[in-house]
Design a protein around this ligand. Structure first.
Ligand SMILES: *Cc1c(COP(=O)(O)O)cnc(C)c1O
Length: 379
């Protein structure tokens, strides 16, 4: 079908997902626990790093929420959060009745700027408010300036929640994203690099923390013969059906990373000889991005605006999307404090996410190049 829709990032099954789901049916483990949940958690641990522990949950947002709960974030506390991100990074701060303080990005990785972070921490401390946590994001799969951020966090003794929802398979100096923070967050939503249809995981430093996460995710039930509760719990555990899909997806994760990186190379080649379009790229060899989404910045020199390009692609049935609109200019968050110099607004103004899925065909790539070429010929 020539005119079928080309999606930004759609689910891509590897083949053995149904086998694990069938096993769940055959053994009647249709519940938010079971062999697939345990198996998926082991697969994640093995993939990421041996000394960490994964707790599988119903979403990445739930994982951030349970990280905040376990760090003791409560009403009136302040949490520093990267402003250039998806709302799932910031909403859980509100669930706790705490106040987000937004920190802007640098232009090399598009993630939290170490200088703005330190300015923010010093200023909050001088106002008598020591931030309770830092939510750092690896946006679009690009690792943040993790060493600089960690050394500032350590200096002021503030824990990091590492939002690697978009960065499973990315690494910095050979270490996998999601394993640097006090807690790491993964998402398996339908549009992410691997999916369980919906789901997430919290990466913890010890088995005890993992067990504590599972405790909160299963309604915080005390050790008693009856149902007894001395803490507020949540219904956040991953189902054994979803985890079956996850086990199948783990078998193809590295392949997905390779294919998404090939999409990024495809765009670099496509735009190499076209002035005014820059593809988001790793600053140097320390950074390894899973290229979850390939993004471009369009400058005036190109001759068309961001919105014009998005519209022209939509006319060819090709899905593209603006970059994330920064949190500090969102209607729900604009009354909160912000540290930065408008970097993310500049990126938002000029940036577009392009189709990046691991399941795009050569024919899809041809349609994408032709769409850009015909745009140029109209200039
Ligand atoms: C997807 C995403 C989340 C939330 O994950 P869900 O599983 O959709 O709840 C959080 N942060 C970022 C940066 C994301 O892209």
């Amino acid at each position: 079908m020539k005119n079928s829709k080309i999606w930004l990032s759609s689910p891509h099954m590897g083949g053995s997902e149904q086998k694990y789901v069938q096993e769940a049916f055959d053994t009647n483990w249709i519940a938010p626990l079971g062999p697939n949940v345990t198996g998926f958690e082991n697969d994640l641990k093995e993939y990421l790093i041996e000394n960490k522990y994964a707790a599988c949950l119903s979403s990445g947002t739930a994982a951030i929420h349970l990280a905040l709960v376990q760090l003791g974030v409560s009403r009136g506390d302040e949490v520093l959060c990267q402003t250039f991100t998806f709302c799932g990074s910031a909403n859980p701060i509100m669930y706790q009745g705490a106040n987000p303080i937004f920190v802007d990005s640098e232009f090399e990785t598009w993630n939290m700027c170490p200088n703005h972070l330190e300015t923010a921490i010093k200023d909050r401390i001088s106002k008598g408010k020591r931030p309770k946590a830092i939510i750092l994001v690896h946006l679009y799969g690009m690792p943040a300036k993790i060493n600089e951020i960690i050394s500032i966090a350590n200096k002021y003794e503030i824990p990091i929640i590492e939002d690697a929802a978009e960065a499973l398979g990315s690494s910095y100096k050979g270490q996998k994203c999601g394993t640097f923070g006090t807690f790491g967050v993964l998402s398996f939503n339908g549009n992410k690099i691997i999916t369980t249809s919906g789901g997430g995981a919290l990466i913890c430093n010890s088995e005890e923390e993992k067990n504590n996460t599972v405790f909160y995710a299963t309604q915080a039930r005390d050790d008693a013969p009856h149902y007894q509760h001395s803490k507020i719990g949540y219904n956040y555990r991953m189902s054994n059906i979803s985890a079956g899909i996850g086990r199948g997806q783990m078998e193809v994760l590295d392949k997905h990373v390779r294919l998404r990186r090939e999409m990024n190379t495809f765009y670099k080649t496509l735009f190499a000889n076209i002035g005014g379009i820059n593809v988001m790229s790793e600053p140097n060899d320390d950074y390894f991005s899973n290229s979850w989404l390939s993004c471009i910045l369009v400058s005036e020199q190109f001759g068309y605006t961001k919105n014009y390009i998005i519209k022209a692609m939509a006319d060819c049935n090709i899905e593209t999307r603006p970059l994330w609109k920064p949190m500090h200019i969102q209607p729900i968050f604009k009354r909160y404090d912000y540290y930065g110099q408008g970097e993310s607004e500049q990126l938002f103004e000029k940036g577009i996410c392009l189709p990046s899925g691991s399941n795009l065909t050569d024919e899809d790539k041809n349609r994408i190049s032709e769409a850009f070429m015909s745009l140029l010929s109209r200039a």
